[in-house]
Design a protein around this ligand. Structure first.
Ligand code: C2O
Length: 343
């Protein structure tokens, strides 16, 4: 059977998975209203996600304003900045058990739920931000770390007076070239080349079947973390580690599940992770993996709970997040230089 959405009233303590200690924060969401099965609304105009390195001044202004307003919401509003960050903690640090499965946790990482969960998470995050600035076309930017022009933290995140700034980031990496292979290479040119071969391997060469990319099957009643896909294990995790602050006790903010969502850069990073899913599934040639769809109902019917932009509690399932255009967004086209970096 599919992993079921959590029972919010049974949400409990969360664990810091970097040191296995119980966290002294409450990352359970406020409970308000009844759960509605979410229906994707009709799409009138697509929201176009753009590279964070190429945003226009007006895009940057709107993004900052939206995050600022999210930070100004009352703390117990499920759409507030901290409540949105707690979503990641609750779904990733063991605050939820699988309904009817004793104390078996729900864990949305290291399995085929990784891409769908984060897609829905960003979907509502984006809709909330759009609502807060009264712009339904608002789209999250993506951190284009797969392209040499995007291989540093996007400069818009470095302005300490902006609402998308976070002080808990590795000071040595604020302007450094990312290290997608966690190689510790120092020479920037060599790093760029290595990053491109990492991308080629994750997106094309290293995947013999659909689960190599998507992550391993994860069903109700089975142990958490059956195994991540290539992109989750590789570039995705590398960037969490790259941004997290080694001066903090436990890699906060980006370097730890419980705190990652407190850095606005998290959502921009995940917008690119989400883009990798779209590229792999809908854009790249499918020679080695001819069918990139998972038709197993245990995947398609897995469900999650979120609050939408109107603070309505909704249940969503994986099968409704497989087409981004039906979800109302698409992506700025950017060239993919790693296609030529076959190792
Ligand atoms: Cu839920 Cu990048 O992790």
């Amino acid at each position: 059977n599919p992993v079921q959405a959590p029972e919010l009233d049974k949400c409990g303590a969360a664990t810091n998975l970097n040191n296995q200690k119980v966290l002294d924060i409450n990352c359970c969401p406020p409970i308000q209203g009844d759960i509605i099965d979410y229906k994707l609304p009709p799409v009138h105009k697509l929201r176009t996600r753009k590279s964070a390195h190429r945003l226009s001044p007006i895009d940057v202004f709107k993004y900052n304003l939206a995050i600022q307003r999210m930070k100004e919401l009352p703390e117990d509003d499920p759409r507030s900045f901290m409540q949105q960050a707690y979503i990641h903690c609750a779904y990733c640090n063991g605050a939820y058990n699988q309904p009817g499965q004793g104390d078996l946790d729900i864990q949305v990482h290291n399995s085929w739920l990784f891409f769908p969960f984060h897609r829905w998470y960003l979907y509502f995050y984006e809709k909330i931000l759009g609502k807060l600035i009264d712009d339904p076309t608002f789209a999250l930017p993506f951190w284009n770390w797969d392209n040499p022009k995007g291989m540093t933290i996007p400069p818009i995140f470095l302005d300490s007076k902006s609402s998308i700034y976070d002080s808990k980031r590795n000071p040595d990496n604020l302007k450094a070239v990312v290290d997608l292979g966690m190689t510790k290479i120092k020479d920037p040119m060599q790093l760029v080349t290595n990053n491109l071969t990492v991308m080629y391997t994750e997106m094309i060469r290293g995947n013999a079947d659909v689960y190599d990319f998507m992550g391993q099957p994860y069903r109700e009643g089975t142990p958490v973390s059956p195994g991540p896909g290539s992109s989750e294990r590789g570039s995705h995790t590398a960037l969490h580690v790259f941004v997290g602050d080694p001066r903090e006790p436990s890699g906060e903010d980006m370097g730890n599940f419980y705190s990652a969502g407190r850095d606005p850069l998290f959502y921009c990073h995940h917008a690119n992770v989400d883009r990798m899913w779209t590229l792999w599934k809908d854009v790249l040639p499918s020679d080695k993996v001819p069918d990139k769809n998972i038709t197993d109902p245990d995947y398609l019917d897995a469900s999650f709970l979120f609050y939408d932009e109107n603070a309505q509690l909704v249940r969503v399932c994986v099968k409704d997040c497989l087409d981004t255009r039906k979800m109302g967004y698409d992506l700025q086209r950017i060239d993919l230089p790693w296609l030529d970096y076959r190792p």
